[in-house]
Design a protein around this ligand. Structure first.
Ligand code: SAM
Length: 276
């Protein structure tokens, strides 16, 4: 991320959610959470030609993000419902939350924590609705103790947690992904589940070029990458077992993101894991 600035990729993702409907329609909170001209672009998404242009110009990315949102929404609903059935309550921790509006959009009963880089979270906290607000937990994954910050914010390690780590690991050094998985595992009571996306570099055409392009365009170069086998091994080291793992062709096919367009972005995969 650019020093002292909120994440540019978090704004792009929120804009995509304002443009193409996932489950339940276009994200109604995106325009409010986005600043300045980003918000005006999000409002323009009310017009069908703007939406069509964005989908084509993004080369499949907008459709990929719509499918990703829908897949993780489904995970959050199912995981929280299962925890409430089994344990009577649930916690939801959204890591690198960006301008994710699930705390408001999904209306879940769970206690919600949003962890993010302070530069991005400050922007969001200033614009977010007060009602049903999550607990904001500022953490830089490369410097701060996630463990201490979650304890201070009231996260309870003895109660089950649904963890969401969407579109973040690829911007972090491998050591920070490893350390964060360690904290997730230690703070995961029985029944906890993790939904995490990651980039498989072997599926990125011209990987070194793409990596640099993200740095030049957004100030957020692509860093950690894992093959599915390497990630499975890393999760296992932390006592986390893979429930399922796949690219967008395996995600639920819902209204909105078109699987054929999204197929251009096969390199980002979603893994669901649980404490074993
Ligand atoms: C592509 S955005 C994804 C945001 C959100 N998960 C979503 O899907 O809308 C990447 C997020 O990672 C966060 N991030 C990047 N580097 C970070 C770091 N070192 N510590 C904490 N968060 C970081 C950014 O602040 C941003 O919110």
């Amino acid at each position: 991320m650019r020093e002292g600035e909120p994440s540019a990729t978090s704004m792009l993702v929120a804009l995509a959610r304002a443009l193409v409907p996932a489950q339940g329609g276009r994200d109604p909170y995106a325009a409010r959470l986005l600043p300045g001209r980003w918000a005006r672009l999000a409002d323009a998404g009310a017009h069908a030609p703007v939406r069509s242009a964005a989908r084509v110009l993004s080369g499949g990315m907008v459709d990929h993000l719509a499918l990703r949102t829908a897949a993780i929404d489904a995970f959050a609903r199912e995981a929280v419902a299962a925890m409430e059935r089994e344990a009577g309550e649930a916690q939801l921790v959204i890591l690198g939350a960006g301008l994710d509006a699930r705390a408001w959009r999904l209306g879940l009963g769970a206690k919600v924590f949003e962890v993010d880089h302070p530069a991005t979270q400050t922007l969001k906290a200033a614009r977010a609705p007060r009602e049903r607000a999550p607990r904001f937990v500022p953490v830089d994954f490369t410097r701060d103790s996630l463990d201490d910050a979650l304890s201070a914010a009231g996260h309870e390690r003895a109660r089950p947690t649904a963890w969401i780590w969407e579109g973040v690991t690829m911007y972090l050094p491998t050591a920070a992904v490893d350390a964060t998985l360690g904290v997730i595992a230690r703070r995961s009571a029985r029944g906890s589940q993790l939904a995490m996306t990651y980039v498989d570099p072997s599926a990125v055409p011209l990987a070194p070029l793409v990596r640099r392009a993200f740095g030049l365009l957004f100030g957020e170069p692509l860093e950690a990458g894992f093959t599915p086998a390497a990630l499975r091994a890393l999760l296992a080291e932390h006592g986390l077992g893979v429930v399922r793992d796949g690219a967008s062709d395996t995600w639920p096919r819902v209204l909105g993101g078109h699987p054929a367009l999204a197929a251009v972005v096969r390199a980002e995969r979603l893994v669901i894991a649980e404490k074993r």
